[in-house]
Each structure stands twice: as structure tokens, then as C-alpha cells.
Design a protein around this ligand. Structure first.
Ligand code: NAD
Ligand code: IPM
Ligand code: MN
Length: 353
């Protein structure tokens, strides 16, 4: 039997996850057990840590995990190693979800909702494959120290091994074969040795196994500029943990709003995937019913497709989101007036139609 663990988290996390839950209930998938656990700040409040051993075990035992978002000013004072975001990093590591798929797709109805010109983003359909369990987020040594002269030094280590690069590269090339067949690998080989190794390993993997895919390389700073100038030049962007974080938020605006971008974090075949909107807990709008639930609902669709063996249900959910947008349904971030619940209602109505 399939099982889905919901980790609503903090801020707007529970608000958007509630709408995904309603979609899930409407789908009434046979043989799917749904459970829920506190995560992030909510778990700190209840249990003193952002991810309990029980919640971690439940995630590892599930077929898929759908997360909301974690963090917020309420937990700004907790010790750094148990902050809400540390719980998320720990969960990603425990699940070993090394490949983070972040599709940036501009729905036709939203071409004028972006701050970019419609003619630049109409038809945009690109996929980030972001390495998620390595790089500077996890490298050691790391810390803050006081030097003999009294100065303080904060330091982190950017580090990648060849196998870490190759396994996420395989994901990017395999997905490119199902799309337009182009991978752009993004690093800063001009200033970082980890970038040099990244480029060498991706080039070697391509030559060994994926000659039918077109491979190009780009420095991350240029990529940021190209994503604003001409984002449709890209099919799959393969990049590291930190650059993938920055560039996917940047590209989110080409889809109309950060509230539109879903994600799927995948590890070894047969292991559970971790699904979450790419946005955070949005403390500035939390508790007001203003959040756009589309990124969460589209993340649920990715869970249905990649973990739960229900691709038809995934298609239905994505079609319902598109139909609701076509009918003019918009939350405030998209220039509309609907509440989170109102947007959920509009999508539910199309799901039933
Ligand atoms: P954020 O993504 O929470 O918000 C950035 C801006 O986008 C805000 O103005 C917010 O209102 C808006 N926004 C985000 N999601 C939206 C939605 N669904 N609908 C409408 N508007 C939306 O980023 P931040 O403010 O830098 O971070 C807030 C907290 O969230 C921090 O604690 C951060 O660490 C955390 N965070 C968590 C995750 C995660 O859980 N995966 C991701 C990013 C940030
Ligand atoms: C994201 C977030 C996380 C990240 C944080 C909250 C750990 O920004 O999922 O994009 O940096 O990966
Ligand atoms: Mn981010």
C-alpha cells in the first residue's frame, strides 16, 4: 500500500498544504494511506527539535513526502543546529534525495502576470536539476571562529566528489531525453576547483552514455543574466545546490510568481521522494489566507507522477490548475483577489469538471 506523509511546517506551509490535501481527498486514490507530522518550527514548539526521530522514520517508511515550508522569525533565536531549516537539510540527507527537479513553466494564462515582458516568457518550459545533498550546504570544515587577532571568521566548504556529480548528471540527462534533449550544465569553473571537476565529470558522463543529448556549459553568473534575457533558450539546467537554489527563485518570476514553482527531490529508485513548493514560509503574508497554493498543488502532482504511480491523476491535477488559471482564478501574487482557499476551490471545481 502507498503512503503519503504530509509535513505542513510553518507560516504559509500549512495553508497551502491544506489545499493540496483537499485535492488529494477529492482524487480519492484507492489504497493510499495519508498521515501527518509536525516539522520545522512547529516541531520545535511541540518536541524541541525540527525533525523528530519518529517523523524521520515515518518519512523514510513512506512512499512520498509532501512538505509545506519551514522557518520564520519566531525561531530566529533557536540554536543554529536545530533551526527549522536545519531540520529540512537533515531530512533531505536522511532521504538521500540528491536530485531536485524544479520545473519552471509559464502557463499561457500567466504570461502577463510576470514582471518580465510576455514575449520573453510565453511558452517557457525549463527544468532545473539541482544537486540537493552536497556542495557548500554540507561541506566541512564549517563554522564561526575567533582568530588570535580578535577578528571573527565564518567559513563553509564547497565540495563535490565525482560520484555526487555523476549521479545527479544521470538524472539530468535521462530527463532531457524525455524533453527537448538539451542539458546546460552551470557552475563557476573559472574560479572554483569544484566547478572544474563538475564540468569534467559532466563532460565525461555525456561522452560515455548520453551522446544523443546536446550538452552545453555556462558560468552561473551568465546563466542568471540569460534567465532574465532569454529564458526559453534552456531545456534542462543542471547545477549545484547553491546555484540551483538562487537560479530557481530567479526563474520562478518568469512563471508569474514564486508561488507557482513546485519541486520533486528524488534519490535512488524505489526510495521515497520529497515534494515541496520552492518557496518558503512567507512570514510577511502568513496567517492571512493570501498565499498561492499552486506550487504545493503542482508538487502534489509531481508526487503522484514520480512516487505514487498515478500519472493520470497527476495530469488531472495539472490540467485543473491550468483550467482554473485560464478561467481567471488568481491569488494576490498573480494580480488577483482570491484567497488561498478560493484558489483551492477554483482548482477543485475544475478537477471535478
Ligand atoms: P519566502 O519564499 O518565504 O518568501 C519570499 C517572498 O515571496 C515573500 O514576499 C512571500 O510573501 C512571497 N511568497 C512566497 N511564497 C508565496 C506564495 N505561495 N504565495 C504568494 N507569495 C509567496 O522567502 P523568505 O521570506 O526569504 O523566507 C522566509 C522563511 O522561509 C525563512 O525562514 C526561510 O529560511 C524559509 N524558507 C524555507 C523554504 C522551505 O521550507 N523549503 C524555502 C525558502 C525559504
Ligand atoms: C529551498 C530553501 C532551502 C534551501 C532552505 C530553507 C534550507 O531555500 O528549498 O529552496 O536553501 O535549499
Ligand atoms: Mn530556496
Amino acid at each position: 500500500m502507498n503512503s503519503l506523509l504530509l509535513l505542513p511546517g510553518d507560516g504559509i506551509g500549512p495553508e497551502v498544504t491544506a489545499e493540496s490535501r483537499r485535492i488529494l481527498d477529492a482524487l480519492a486514490l484507492p489504497g493510499l494511506a495519508i498521515s501527518e507530522a509536525p516539522f520545522g518550527g512547529a516541531s520545535i514548539d511541540a518536541h524541541g527539535v525540527p525533525l523528530t526521530a519518529e517523523a524521520e522514520a515515518a518519512a523514510l517508511a513512506s512512499t512520498a513526502v509532501l512538505m509545506g515550508a519551514v522557518g520564520g522569525p519566531k525561531w530566529a533565536g533557536v540554536s543554529y543546529d536545530i533551526r527549522p531549516e536545519a531540520g529540512l537539510l537533515r531530512l533531505r540527507t536522511a532521504m538521500n534525495v540528491f536530485a531536485n527537479l524544479r520545473p519552471a513553466r509559464c502557463f499561457a494564462a500567466l504570461a502577463s502576470a510576470s514582471t518580465l515582458k510576455p514575449e520573453v516568457i510565453e511558452g517557457l518550459d525549463l527544468l532545473f536539476v539541482r544537486e540537493l545533498v552536497g556542495g557548500v550546504y554540507f561541506g566541512t570544515p564549517r563554522g564561526i571562529e575567533t582568530l588570535p587577532n580578535g577578528e571573527r571568521r565564518g567559513f563553509n566548504t564547497q565540495s563535490y566528489t565525482s560520484s555526487e556529480i555523476r549521479r545527479v548528471g544521470v538524472t539530468a540527462f535521462e530527463l532531457a531525453k524525455l524533453r527537448a534533449g538539451r542539458v546546460c550544465s552551470v557552475e563557476k569553473a573559472n574560479v572554483m576547483e569544484s566547478g572544474v571537476l563538475w564540468r569534467e565529470e559532466v563532460t565525461r558522463l555525456h561522452a560515455e552514455r548520453y551522446a544523443e543529448v546536446e550538452l552545453s556549459h555556462m558560468y552561473a553568473d551568465n546563466c542568471a543574466m540569460q534567465l532574465v534575457k532569454a529564458p526559453r533558450q534552456f531545456d534542462v539546467i543542471l547545477t549545484d545546490n547553491l546555484f540551483g537554489d538562487l537560479l530557481s527563485d530567479l526563474a520562478a518570476m518568469s512563471t508569474g510568481s514564486l508561488g507557482m514553482l513546485p519541486s520533486a527531490a528524488l534519490g535512488e529508485a524505489g526510495k521515497p521522494g520529497l515534494y515541496e513548493p520552492i518557496h518558503g514560509s512567507a512570514p510577511d503574508i502568513a496567517g492571512q489566507g493570501l498565499a498561492n497554493p499552486c506550487a504545493s498543488i503542482l508538487s502534489l502532482a509531481m508526487a503522484l507522477r514520480y512516487s505514487l504511480g498515478a500519472p493520470e491523476a497527476a495530469d488531472r491535477v495539472e490540467a485543473a490548475v491550468e483550467a482554473a488559471l485560464n478561467a481567471g482564478a488568481r491569488t494576490r501574487d498573480l494580480g488577483g483577489t482570491l484567497s488561498t482557499r478560493g484558489m483551492g476551490d477554483a482548482i477543485l471545481a475544475k478537477l471535478g469538471a
